[in-house]
Design a binder for this molecule. Structure first.
Ligand SMILES: *Cc1c(COP(=O)(O)O)cnc(C)c1O
Length: 382
């Protein structure tokens, strides 16, 4: 057996540029999934490619205890871009590691042990983060995990959350917009309520911005849009344009009490260089602004379609289209008939997470494609 775990798609990808992926047979696809939000700056952004080339020629790796410029720059950049003073930066290699560190830091900095997480949440696949992930399918074969330490609450229900948080709680972990769970933005007042009840009990509030961060929702961080600052914010996916990196941003009181933690590849010079160039492009090209504008246009156009759609949800270029057929059938038709690649979020939601360099004409293309794929068959033939 060669590769396992991932099921392979019948399209071999050879190259990418901007919002376009090109298959080995030359077919061009519009990338509306950005491989799970990993390419905010578009495929092979020239500045990112140059930064990687230059760093590769200088130094690929040295252990984290020796300062290197690209890592030092990234610490400073992330600290400066962090919301409301949570400027202490821990670098790692994936989203699940960023969340695992967040849960560990919350435990070492508080007197509590319990973790409060939301139903439908996705936080990763290590033992700790998988415990805080909702979907039983992902967990069952590996149990027992930390289930005794985790309490799940209904996402969006402030009262249920307030009742679950007490002096025994180390952390509340929430996605400001649930991604994997079906694109569900936090309802008004929910994150504020989370902020208040965690503050009152000296609990760490963790926002998992692994999917919502790096400009995706129209703000650099989704929590900026809600006006709520957590104690710990985790990011990954798009931070280095697809190279493996995660980051855990912490408030002083969490960082000062963080217990021993480490990782061989933390702040790897090559990946740090890619992250610096990515963040520069996101800020200099105002990609959050573009996400807000083109995303707003896309959602309006989708909502105006006269085809069977149950709901259009999201912020910026994090969009969920809840359909009446199975999402996987819709995705197959989009790819094979319209050369549009997108993602599912559960059985009935088509998830759109395109590169943030997207233009209105790309949005038009996906709207036209969805209109055709979702049109009742008899109508589409007439
Ligand atoms: C993808 C994702 C993760 C896990 O990130 P990995 O890099 O796959 O480990 C965690 N939380 C959220 C919200 C995600 O979207």
């Amino acid at each position: 057996m060669s590769g396992f775990v991932f099921s392979e798609k019948p399209i071999s990808i050879a190259s990418g540029e901007g919002a376009t992926l090109t298959a080995e047979n030359g077919t061009e696809y519009l990338d509306f999934g950005a491989s799970y939000a990993c390419t905010p700056t578009g495929h092979c952004h020239p500045d990112v490619v140059d930064a990687i080339r230059e760093q590769a020629a200088e130094l690929l790796y040295v252990q984290g205890s020796y300062p290197v410029q690209s890592r030092t720059d990234l610490h400073e950049k992330l600290g400066a871009l962090a919301p409301g003073g949570i400027e202490n930066v821990w670098l790692c290699n994936s989203g699940t590691e960023a969340n695992e560190a967040a849960l560990k830091f919350a435990r070492s900095a508080t007197d509590g042990t319990k973790i409060v997480a939301a139903k439908r949440a996705f936080h990763g696949r290590t033992a700790g983060t998988l415990s805080a992930t909702w979907k039983p399918k992902y967990k069952k074969p590996f149990e027992p995990l930390l289930e005794d330490q985790i309490e799940f609450v209904t996402y969006g229900d402030a009262t249920e959350l307030e009742d679950a948080v007490d002096d025994e709680t180390a952390a509340v972990i929430l996605e400001p917009i649930q991604g994997e769970g079906g694109i569900h933005p936090a309802p008004a007042g929910y994150l504020e309520a989370a902020r208040e009840c965690t503050e009152a009990t000296d609990t760490a509030l963790i926002f998992d911005e692994i999917q919502t961060g790096i400009g995706r929702t129209g703000n650099l961080w989704a929590c900026d849009g809600y006006g709520v600052t957590p104690d710990i914010l985790t990011t990954a996916k798009g931070i280095a344009s697809g190279l493996p990196m995660g980051a855990t941003l912490c408030a002083d009181w969490v960082a000062e009490a963080a217990g021993p933690h480490g990782s061989t590849f933390s702040g790897n010079p090559l990946v740090s260089a890619a992250a610096n160039a990515t963040l520069d492009a996101v800020v200099d090209e105002d990609l959050p602004g573009n996400a807000a504008e083109v995303g707003g246009y896309l959602r309006d156009e989708l909502a105006a379609l006269d085809v069977p759609i149950r709901d259009v949800r999201g912020e910026g270029l994090m969009v969920g289209v809840e359909v009446k057929r199975g999402a996987n059938r819709v995705l197959r038709d989009l790819a094979l008939e319209h050369q549009v690649l997108a993602l599912p979020a559960g059985r009935s939601v088509v998830r759109l997470l395109p590169p943030l360099v997207l233009e209105e004409e790309h949005a038009d293309q996906v709207v036209t494609a969805l209109a055709d794929v979702l049109a009742p068959k008899a109508e589409s033939q007439s």
